[in-house]
Design a protein around this ligand. Structure first.
Ligand code: SAH
Ligand code: SF4
Ligand code: F3S
Length: 467
């Protein structure tokens, strides 16, 4: 292997937003490694800083500008000392507001969108040569995945991006504009990346996509099936065959794209975790329609029923928006009712935030801030109750836990249940990186306590046996 000829340099990446951004940040570091950049946790010692940004709500976008203010002084200090700091803004704010960033923060060297980061080396070269900034927020015809270096697994749980972009155009959401049209990676490329991650020690893989269950990738050349494309259910079955991969998850899904094959996979693939993030956003048909969600509450409830028929111990999580324009008390009551009916075990809830350029931002009947706040508090209280109740009901159960982190005390290790509950166990550090049956013994505010179940230590044949 050729050793990099450049001197070692330090890269600091700060990530905002969703898991796709976490994945992208790791890939940007991969792209820059051949130029001699190694990651650092401290912006002060960095030669290059990348802010990988999120545009989903106003607050998320504003954070970027305040962070840029702080980095401006750091950059000046470095330059006064004869050094250099390359400052790059990537991600969804860069895509949506690239010109605005350069206007408000002209000291930024590089602005790049989520679809162009494979070109980072050229941008860095340009920024190092010339004065002035580089802006590259194109949606290239050729997907970036064909130009990225191989990813590396760090730890036992890895992300794998299989689908990107969104054609759903929910009326509140910026994602179709910042990430572009839906694209699915070919199944062969996904399988190759998954095999590599498994060979590097990944035990769990989370498949990522803005609309991951809308996946429809080109079938592998070796596939004997007549179909020219694979859906997510088919892809998951193939991934489950990979040696060493014990757990598969996927996020985020749209209710409309949950097809029969994927539902069946939940019943038949033991390694597919019985925990599904399936955002519903609201419980009132009127609001769902205004959100352009393309499903109503009955469709969602029926879907949950079909999923639980396939896998009885399946638990669901969801995102919610309160105070969507025109939402009345009666509409909001329907959201609370839907939450109780489904019994979500983990959730994310947000006040509606008008986003420039989205249809909902132009609706006249915006809900006052204090009403949004009251509704959010009421919804969150209910959601916390449900999560706490689920955690309490876990006590006494034996669940397979993937241990992936040391705990706070010597000998303590922390892992995740199938439902993503953090579980800590004492004196069992030989189990790191393994899936082990654990009896849950207690509930703490942010975690569960457990002990390795007698006979534990052997890798379970199928997670289902312990559920
Ligand atoms: N692809 C995901 C959405 C990603 S955005 C999906 O389809 O579910 C994550 C969450 O942010 C959304 O589910 C929604 O609940 C929330 N969100 C998106 N736009 C928002 C807005 N304008 N205001 C408040 N919350 C929003
Ligand atoms: Fe946004 Fe809707 Fe697409 Fe999810 S499905 S990314 S909420 S437009
Ligand atoms: Fe945010 Fe972009 Fe993800 S807007 S939520 S970083 S797709």
């Amino acid at each position: 292997m050729n050793r990099p000829t450049t001197l070692a340099k330090k890269l600091y990446v700060k990530t905002y937003g969703c898991q796709m951004n976490v994945y992208d940040s790791a890939r940007m570091a991969d792209v820059l490694a051949p130029l001699g950049y190694a990651n650092t946790d401290s912006p002060e010692e960095a030669d290059m800083v990348i802010l990988n940004t999120c545009h989903i709500r106003e607050k998320a976008a504003e954070k970027v500008f305040s962070e840029l203010g702080r980095l401006k002084s750091l950059k000046r200090r470095k330059e006064d000392g004869g050094g250099r700091l390359i400052l790059a803004v990537a991600g969804c704010v860069a895509q949506a507001e690239g010109e605005e960033i350069l206007r408000r923060a002209p000291y930024v060297d590089i602005v790049l969108g989520p679809q162009t980061y494979h070109r980072l080396p050229e941008m860095v070269a340009k920024a190092s040569r010339a004065a002035g900034s580089v802006l590259d927020t194109e949606f290239p015809a050729e997907p970036k995945f064909d130009h990225l270096p191989e990813s590396r697994a760090e730890g036992f749980s890895a992300f794998l991006s299989v689908q990107e972009g969104c054609d759903k155009f929910c009326s509140f959401c910026v994602v179709p504009y910042t990430r572009g049209a839906e694209y699915s990676r070919p199944a062969g490329a996904v399988l190759a990346e998954a095999r590599r991650l498994a060979s590097q020690g990944a035990v769990e893989i989370t498949l990522l996509g803005q609309n991951v269950n809308g996946y429809h990738g080109e079938a592998p050349a070796s596939s004997h099936a007549a179909a020219s494309e694979w859906g997510l259910g088919r892809l998951i079955r193939a991934l489950a065959e990979i040696e060493g991969l014990e757990r598969i998850r996927y996020t985020t899904s749209h209710p409309r794209d949950m097809d029969g094959e994927l539902i069946a996979a939940h019943g038949e693939v033991p390694g597919l975790m019985p925990f599904l993030h399936l955002p519903v956003q609201a419980g009132s048909d009127r609001i769902l329609e205004a959100m352009n969600r393309r499903h109503d509450r009955d469709f969602y409830l029926d879907l949950v029923g079909r999923l639980k028929e396939a896998r009885a111990d399946l638990a669901l999580s969801s995102d919610f928006i309160v105070g969507f324009p025109g939402e009345t008390d009666a509409d909001f009551a329907e959201t609370l009712d839907l939450v109780r009916r489904v019994g979500f075990v983990q959730t994310y809830s947000f006040k509606y935030s008008p986003r420039p350029g989205t249809p909902a931002a132009a609706i006249e009947h915006q809900v006052p801030e204090r009403v949004k706040e009251a509704r959010l508090a009421e919804l969150q209280a209910l959601l916390t109750e449900l999560t706490t109740d689920f955690n309490r009901r876990s006590v006494g159960r034996v669940m397979p836990v993937l241990f992936d982190r040391p705990g706070r005390h010597p000998g303590q290790i922390i892992g995740r249940s199938p439902y993503m509950q953090p579980i800590h166990v004492e004196g069992a550090d030989t189990f790191m990186g393994q899936v082990v049956p654990v009896r849950i013994t207690g509930v703490h505010p942010n975690s569960l306590a457990g002990e390795v179940s007698p006979g534990g230590g052997a890798r379970p044949q199928g997670e289902k046996a312990y559920a």
